[in-house]
Design a protein around this ligand. Structure first.
Ligand SMILES: Nc1ncnc2c1ncn2[C@@H]1O[C@@H]2COP(=O)(O)O[C@H]2[C@H]1O
Ligand SMILES: [Zn+2]
Length: 968
């Protein structure tokens, strides 16, 4: 039987996953149908996964009903019996072959009319053969440690039974995909008709459409796997940052790629990087912003040193998916370059860097100096394109735009609720009690969206950009009207509501705080605005005062960590002032006098709070390239009320349901924020790439990145990228062997320019006629899978290091077992036991000699010395702050226990503003449902506080987590 590998793919290879996805394309005329799936033999029989695929396959090819309930089960059948069954049912020859421990390949010729009905054209089908027993499962690939809930599929049959997508919505899916080059495209609708699988459906389609599969000789099975992994990496529980957002942004990016100015010059590799960058740009987003992660001392914040924390994580997760799917392997010799491009793209989406990019873009346009024939300029434009795509929702037609607005605000408000429960200052735009969706939208449109899209329009000057501007304007008006109406309503309420308790000061604060401005979204350029800050004592006193994120038992040996230093009043700590020169003193006076109060308020919103290390902070005011960079900014005000003596207990109570955790030295990865379900043990797989290496160059914002950002001197086939390729091989379940060194790849021919069609303006048939590239093959593939080409072979048994190796590291190791600080080198016994979930603290330590403890000495993947442990900042256990002392430092006017939001608003808000719709569940609207109906659907009832408490896991101190949940 002739086989065309890769025509159809399936699968997940872990027996814990009861899911199989099959796709089909007929690159060779639709003559063959191959279904490959993973499964394990159990007692000579195939596991349920095989049976599920078989059942789905049977249904696919012959329309036979499921055998479930008929008393028979494929699960009971041996492979030959399954084969026979399917053969009988489908009327085709099935050859279950190439069986090994993990895979079974079934091959069948696609000759019958029935099959041709499905596969006669260049198309794919999608089988969802998820086992009914796995309606809930967790996925431990990603570092946010959420328990994953399987997305509730929107079609009953897909959710409750194994079904064929094409059986249900084939025509609609195809229709949607035909229109995926149009700006009015509705990702929610695609999600609906694709049964909850819009992300892989769109992306595989686009890969076909652009001819990337052919050009790069990619196996469609692996490509499916890639996008399935990415889809699973998005949290379906996030109202906004979920896989539909990824679909939406990818589709927007696709539209931009069709713009004449771009498509004329873009290369196939850039297309691929743009699509993957877009779809993965928020991968594993925890639904809270960077500020929250920093405030709660999340392991990701520590890992990435508070610099573009989420974006670094998204990028690293994307690389993990590329590796795990096997696509990276197939992309030799383009892999390094692709990863660099993806990195550049994803890191550019850091909203904190908005001003930096905008300034640069404006300069280019003013000087008319963008030369799209230059790779460097193309790269920059693609970064801008992705940034535009990322915040494109204000420029979509109202019903779509409105829906995204509700969703994003819902996510903000959820974060606000978490903050409130943790007694963290509530970020202004997350404070549902004092703001509204309309207010947020007016601010976002005005200060973030409009400036960027104005420049984008100046660059494109196209039909698309014109209509985007029109939509932006009309949507803006709608929000402004809504805001006005709300204000009128509030005024009326105020008139009838005496407010004797509110002082003038408070009133002034209230008024300024209710205006959403740019500072709610991004920090002001070049301004050294310090937020009313954290009641954190000086470093000296810190040594004797436990801080929020330091476990109680480590208090006496607290290191002078760099964390939260920014919140120390400058000038009060002379010993460290030099290295904190980007931090201004708290200037409540100057803020008031210079009218910065409002900005100061907003500032907290942006999530840009960042902590500077000397190296990073050097890019503060002095660095015109990064005027808004996080290192210019101060962290959020303190977690003031977390600093009381009972904070740990309270936190534990909040997080663990009254379990007061003893502090242990066992380090455990920290959860990012409350998962929907109690934590259960997860399997950490190879995609936990962050854990494998944590070099300083990982960070956007390190000195190299800063200086070279926007330029791409390191994007060269001849030069390896300046970041390490994760040594993921050692974690991959498929790779127990030592990674081999790669041979250097010969320089490849530059890919021919794409021949793309402007889909927006062309009729569909013409599009198809002209479509895709069908790019040429440029190279051979001989890179070994999952291997860091720059990593020298070592005698260390890398294969011992497993994704699921124990988290705990010995506190004391002998000197000779210490790593020689080689990046990515694993030398010690401890290292070989180290898991993917090794706590981030191992990634950095701080020199003891440095009085200010600001010099980050990177990076031994595992630092095991006693000193290291002594000086580790441990998780996020609360630190006691003497309120009085702290008050004094802040001028005596700030109560630590006062529920003051970061913007300085009085917590004793007398009147609670009307609660507005905040968005809500991921309800997908069919096109004929109006926005009002949707708004109703999205109205989220205030949560039961107890339920919130029960759900809270955010900023869980690592010790608490260890005690509260068994992770070993
Ligand atoms: N309509 C909107 N209103 C307010 N904030 C938004 C809106 N759209 C996008 N954003 C913010 O802009 C950010 C862009 O990057 P993210 O997608 O990570 O997260 C996004 C939101 O925080
Ligand atoms: Zn995004």
């Amino acid at each position: 039987m002739r086989r065309t590998p890769g025509n159809i793919g399936v699968h997940e290879k872990h027996n814990s996953i009861r899911k199989a996805v099959a796709c089909c394309s007929d690159g060779n005329g639709g003559q063959e149908l191959t279904v490959e799936h993973g499964g394990r033999r159990r007692g000579g029989r195939h596991c349920g996964l095989c049976s599920l695929v078989a059942r789905a396959f049977r249904r696919a090819v012959c329309g036979a009903p499921s055998r479930r309930g008929s008393g028979e089960s494929y699960q009971e059948l041996t492979a030959p019996q399954q084969e026979e069954e399917i053969t009988k049912a489908a009327g085709v020859t099935i050859d279950i072959s190439e069986q090994n421990a993990m895979y079974i390949k079934m091959v069948a010729p696609v000759e019958t009319p029935r099959l041709q009905k499905y596969f006669s054209k260049e198309d794919w089908i999608l089988l969802d053969a998820m086992g009914s027993s796995s309606t809930q499962r967790s996925s431990g690939r990603f570092l946010t440690m959420h328990k994953r809930r399987r997305k509730k599929l929107t079609t009953r049959s897909l959710y409750q039974d194994h079904a064929i997508l094409d059986d249900i919505h084939h025509g609609l899916v195809q229709k949607m995909l035909d229109y995926c080059g149009r700006w009015a495209f509705n990702a929610f609708t695609l999600e609906t008709v694709a049964g909850g699988r819009s992300l892989p459906v769109l992306c595989v389609h686009l890969f076909h459409w652009y001819g990337l599969l052919d050009y790069f000789k990619l196996d469609v099975v692996r490509v499916w796997k890639l996008f399935t992994l990415i889809e699973e990496g998005y949290h379906s529980t996030n109202p906004y940052h979920n896989s539909i957002h990824a679909t939406d942004i990818t589709q927007a990016m696709h539209c931009f790629l069709q713009e004449e100015k771009i498509r004329e010059h873009i290369t196939p590799l850039e297309i691929m990087a743009s699509l993957i960058g877009a779809v993965a740009h928020d991968l594993d987003h925890p639904g809270v912003n960077q500020h929250f992660l920093i405030s709660t001392s999340n392991h990701l914040a520590i890992l990435y040193q508070n610099k573009s924390v989420l974006e670094n994580h998204h990028w690293r997760s994307a690389v993990g998916c590329l590796l795990e799917s096997g696509v990276a392997e197939q992309l030799t010799p383009h892999r390094n370059e692709l990863e660099v491009q993806i990195r550049e793209l994803i890191l550019a989406t850091d909203i904190n860097r908005q001003q930096e990019f905008l300034t640069k873009f404006k300069k280019y346009l003013d000087e008319d100096s963008l030369d799209m024939s230059k790779a460097e300029d193309r790269s920059f434009v693609l970064q801008i394109a992705l940034k535009c795509a990322d915040i494109s929702n204000p420029t979509r037609p109202w019903d779509i735009s409105h829906k995204w607005s509700l969703k994003v605000c819902d996510e903000f408000f959820r974060q606000g609720e978490y903050e409130r429960k943790l007694n963290l200052p509530v970020t202004s735009i997350c404070d549902q009690q004092s703001t509204s969706v309309a207010k947020i939208q007016v601010g976002f449109f005005r200060f973030v969206a409009a400036p960027l899209f104005a420049e984008w329009h100046r660059f494109l000057r196209s039909k698309l950009s014109t209509s985007m501007m029109d939509l932006l304007e009309s949507n803006r008006k709608r929000w402004e009207n809504q805001e006005k109406a709300e204000q009128a309503e509030e005024t009326q309420t105020e008139l009838s509501d005496a407010e004797p308790e509110i002082s003038e000061d408070e009133e002034a604060t209230k008024q300024s705080s209710e205006i959403t401005s740019i500072m709610d979204f991004i920090p002001p350029p070049g301004r050294d605005i310090r937020r009313q800050s954290l009641a954190v004592p000086t470093l000296e006193s810190t040594l004797g005062v436990r801080r929020h994120s330091v476990p109680v038992n480590l208090e006496p040996t607290l290191p002078r960590t760099i964390y939260r230093r920014e919140s120390l009043p400058v000038g009060r700590n002379t010993s460290s002032s030099s290295s904190r020169n980007v931090v201004s003193p708290i200037r409540s006076d100057s803020r008031a006098s210079s009218g910065l109060r409002e900005e100061d308020e907003m500032f907290k919103f942006g999530s840009q709070s960042s902590f500077s290390s000397p190296r990073l902070s050097s890019g503060g005011e002095d660095d015109p390239e990064r005027p808004l960079s996080a290192e210019n900014l101060l962290p959020e005000p303190s977690i003031a009320s977390m600093s009381s003596s009972s904070a740990l207990g309270r936190l534990s109570s909040v997080l663990q349901g009254n379990v007061v955790a003893p502090i242990s030295k066992c380090l455990t990865r920290q959860q990012t924020f409350p998962p929907p379900q109690p934590y259960s043990r997860m399997r950490y797989m190879s995609a936990t790439v962050e854990m494998t290496t944590c070099p300083e160059s990982v960070f956007e914002g390190d000195s190299k990145s800063n200086s070279s950002h926007g330029s791409h001197e390191n994007i060269s086939a001849a030069m390896p990228p300046q970041y390490p390729i994760p040594a993921i091989a050692v974690l991959s379940p498929n790779n127990s062997r030592l990674p081999d060194l790669l041979l250097p790849e010969p320089q490849q021919q530059v890919a021919p320019k794409s021949i793309l069609v402007n889909r927006e303006t062309e009729p569909i048939d013409k599009e198809k006629a002209c479509k895709a590239l069908k790019l040429f093959e440029t190279g051979q593939r001989y890179e070994k899978e999952n291997v860091d080409p720059r990593k020298p072979p070592s005698g260390n048994n890398l294969s011992k290091r497993r994704g699921s190796a124990p988290v705990t590291l010995p506190l004391v190791l002998t000197e000779d077992k210490q790593s020689p600080a080689g990046r990515g080198t694993f030398v010690s016994e401890a290292e070989s036991r180290r898991r993917g979930s090794v706590p981030v603290e191992i990634a950095h330590y701080y020199t003891l000699e440095d009085e200010n403890v600001e010099s980050v000495v990177n990076i031994t993947p595992v630092e095991t010395s006693r000193a290291f442990w002594q000086y580790q900042r441990r998780g996020s256990a609360p630190m006691d702050l003497p309120p009085i002392a702290a008050d004094r430092r802040l001028g005596g006017d700030m109560s630590l226990t006062r529920h003051t939001s970061l913007n300085g608003k009085a917590g004793r808000r007398r009147r609670q503003l009307h609660r507005r719709s905040s968005g809500g569940p991921e309800t997908v609207l069919l096109p004929d449902v109006g926005p009002d109906a949707f708004a109703r659907l999205l109205l989220r009832k205030p949560e039961n506080p107890d339920a919130l408490l029960a759900r809270r896991r955010g900023s869980l101190p690592i010790e608490v987590l260890t005690v509260g949940h068994s992770v070993f």
